[in-house]
Design a protein around this ligand. Structure first.
Ligand SMILES: NC(=O)c1ccc[n+]([C@@H]2O[C@H](COP(=O)([O-])OP(=O)(O)OC[C@H]3O[C@@H](n4cnc5c(N)ncnc54)[C@H](OP(=O)(O)O)[C@@H]3O)[C@@H](O)[C@H]2O)c1
Length: 289
């Protein structure tokens, strides 16, 4: 019988999609949630059991890792993410886990790269050195970021603000990342592989605003601001300095043209075309109205 798959960050953007897609496949799934109360609804999905995990507390991991064969391993966007990843890998090793599918980021191998990539590279290296079979998923920025970071101002003012200029980025739908993750966990031959994941089109924020306007039927405008204005706005809204530095570095990389690369990996692994931004906008249009 197939062993249980543990999904970390199961209430988060990617983890939740992975759980939903794994639930309809054969085999048991254990949702690793930060708060058992918030994870209550996941129990309604078929084949899913729930375990509370605190990445910062190794003692909380033992029960969650018992009888686990494979792990979908993600850590949040925080400065201590590498320590968290190391704690999880150590526990996976102790528990005899056979395969880790790790959510990383596009450009994690770039030298010297940006801070975000360097954190992911360190976590990837630690997984490699653990001797556990691995698959690294390196997606570009998520389409769902536009919901998380810009839906409020789009709903209230019909505008969204950033400093990306005319940078083209091949944003990916997290549903496609989850589909690749599920194939890597359930299919054969993904051990030792690294997958760069993108949609098949690179878009500017102006083009995104145009698609959102067409799909929602309301005028949506992208407003480009100087980098420092965006940075000050983030700081005044309570974002920590490390986070504004990371976002600024990422934006600079995109403005230098590194965000427009596309790959056909989603199609190769899942057999389906990745979602286009227009399809994403249709499916999430209520968030912007
Ligand atoms: N956003 C992008 O465009 C993008 C692109 C490429 C790669 N990535 C990578 O994707 C990863 C983040 O994935 P995501 O966006 O799906 O994350 P997310 O939505 O922020 O979710 C993170 C999950 O981790 C849980 N969590 C946080 N701290 C925890 C702790 N101490 N113990 C246990 N669970 C904890 C959170 O639970 P609570 O909410 O209950 O705390 C949440 O369910 C990062 O590594 C990031 O670098 C992001």
């Amino acid at each position: 019988m197939e062993g249980t798959v543990l999904v970390t960050g199961a209430m988060g953007t990617v983890g939740h999609e992975v759980i939903k897609q794994l639930a309809v496949r054969d085999g048991k799934v254990r949702a690793g949630v930060h708060s058992i109360i918030r994870g209550e609804n996941l129990k309604r999905l078929p084949n899913v059991e729930v375990a509370e995990i605190d990445f910062k507390n190794p003692d909380s991991l033992h029960a969650a890792f018992t009888h686990i064969e494979k792990v979908f391993l993600l850590t949040p966007f925080t400065p201590d993410q590498v320590e968290m990843a190391k704690v999880l890998v150590d526990e996976a090793k102790r528990a005899g886990v056979k395969h880790i599918v790790r959510l990383s980021v596009m450009g994690a191998d770039a030298e010297p790269g940006i801070q975000l990539g360097r954190w992911h590279r360190e976590a990837e290296e630690y997984i490699k050195q653990s001797g556990i079979a691995y698959t690294f998923l390196r997606p570009t920025s998520f389409m769902q970021n536009i919901v998380h970071y810009h839906a409020n101002s789009i709903r209230e003012e019909g505008k969204f603000y950033s400093s990306l200029g005319d940078a083209k980025v091949s944003y990916i739908d997290v549903r496609d990342i989850a589909s690749v993750a599920v194939e890597a966990l359930k299919g054969d031959g993904h051990e030792g592989k690294t997958y760069d994941l993108t949609s098949d089109e690179a878009l500017t924020y102006k083009e995104i605003a145009m698609i959102l306007s067409q799909v929602t039927g309301k005028e949506i405008e992208y407003v480009d601001l100087p980098e420092d204005t965006v940075r000050q706005a983030m700081l005044s809204q309570g974002a920590p300095e490390w986070q504004t530095n990371c976002i600024q570095e990422l934006n600079e990389m995109y403005k230098a043209g590194y965000g427009g690369v596309t790959t056909d990996t989603v199609k190769q692994i899942t057999g389906s075309e990745p979602h286009t931004f227009r399809e994403f906008a249709q499916d999430y249009q209520e968030s912007f109205k």
